[in-house]
Design a protein. Structure first.
Length: 301
């Protein structure tokens, strides 16, 4: 028997003062809640990220999850527009020091919370160190109140997309059947894997005609990633093309709220259920560290 193995004789018990009542024990630190950070991104623009993020959030609220949506499409923010919100303040006011992140949180439909970006904000890599540190500290303070942090990014391989993707435990890449959407998704996955060591991606096929086409889109993408990249792609599901989605956008209300029985709304509900069963990657659950990596590393934008 090695010396390190404990026997009943050698087991050391912690010494507890015999008369200590429960009330006298030091209060336990509350368990820190770590939200699941999910980035929604794509290689090509206009494939449905913003609409999907808003409706995914709305569906997750239906199953009583606390959801924050961070609009990280800093160039052209529009989550607030499609949800009919007109926030007075946005991230630019946080960066200028006028407001805190807590001040700018906007209430959305169904109890969603939104962090509006505002238009024409600088990229993460253009922020000063002081701005990054302030944002980081405030982000960490917010996290405990949420189960999910959904981040809607812009398309492509620009600085902010990469940075926010690196802050996520789960990266959802959206693709449509268009050949350019697939080649651009491949290019994004290639950069994130080769240059930033990301290995796991979830895929949603949007604007397909049916389930079979969704699977085909996924298989077309995995055929090339399996051949040329060291990555693993999981299929989260498909969303059919639905002309009614544009009506909901015009009404500035979540599509899943206005047309809950539409096939596309039911598809998003199925994806939300799948998302709710995904485990937080324990290796990536130190969000402070993740945000720090994102905000403090050298810029490449
Ligand atoms: N399943 C769908 N059925 C029909 N129309 C859709 C569907 N998904 C998205 N759209 C439409 O596609 C357009 C682009 O959607 P959205 O703005 O969500 O894309 P995006 O990827 O966020 O774009 P960007 O890259 O510019 O941020 C919108 O007009 C939207 O209504
Ligand atoms: Mg968008």
């Amino acid at each position: 028997m090695t010396r390190t193995e404990a026997t009943p004789m050698t087991t050391r018990r912690p010494r507890i003062a015999p008369c200590l009542t429960a009330a006298e024990e030091a209060p336990r630190a509350p368990r820190r809640r770590v939200p699941h950070v999910i980035t929604v991104t794509s290689g090509k623009g206009g494939v449905g990220k913003t609409n999907f993020t808003a409706n995914l959030g709305w569906q997750l609220r239906q199953i009583r999850r606390n959801v924050m949506i961070l609009d990280a499409d800093l160039g052209l923010a529009n989550i607030d527009i499609i949800l009919g919100l007109t926030p007075d303040f946005n991230l630019s006011h946080v960066l200028s020091g006028e407001k805190t992140l807590g001040d700018i949180i906007t209430r959305g439909p169904g109890g969603l919370r939104i962090l509006p970006a505002g238009s024409g904000l600088p990229g993460v890599t253009d922020l000063t160190d002081a701005q990054k540190m302030a944002l980081l500290a405030q982000m960490e303070a917010l996290e405990q109140d949420f189960d999910y942090f959904l981040i809607d990014t812009g398309a492509g391989i620009a600085g902010n997309v990469i940075y926010f993707s690196l802050a996520a435990q789960t990266m959802i890449v959206m693709v449509t059947p268009e050949p350019t959407s697939l080649t651009d998704a491949y290019a994004l996955v290639k950069v994130l894997s080769r240059e930033y060591h990301q290995r796991r991606f979830k895929v949603v096929a949007n604007e397909v005609t049916d389930e079979a086409e969704g699977r085909e889109v996924f298989q077309n993408l995995t055929r090339v990633t399996d051949r040329f990249l060291d990555v693993s792609l999981d299929y989260l599901g498909h969303i059919p093309h639905d002309p009614k989605l544009r009506n909901a956008v015009r009404m500035q209300r979540p599509f899943c709220e206005v047309f809950p029985e539409a096939p596309a709304a039911q598809a998003i509900r199925r994806i939300a259920r799948r998302v709710s069963t995904l485990q937080n990657d324990p290796l990536n659950s130190d969000l402070g560290l993740l945000w720090r990596n994102v905000l403090v590393r050298e810029g490449t934008a």
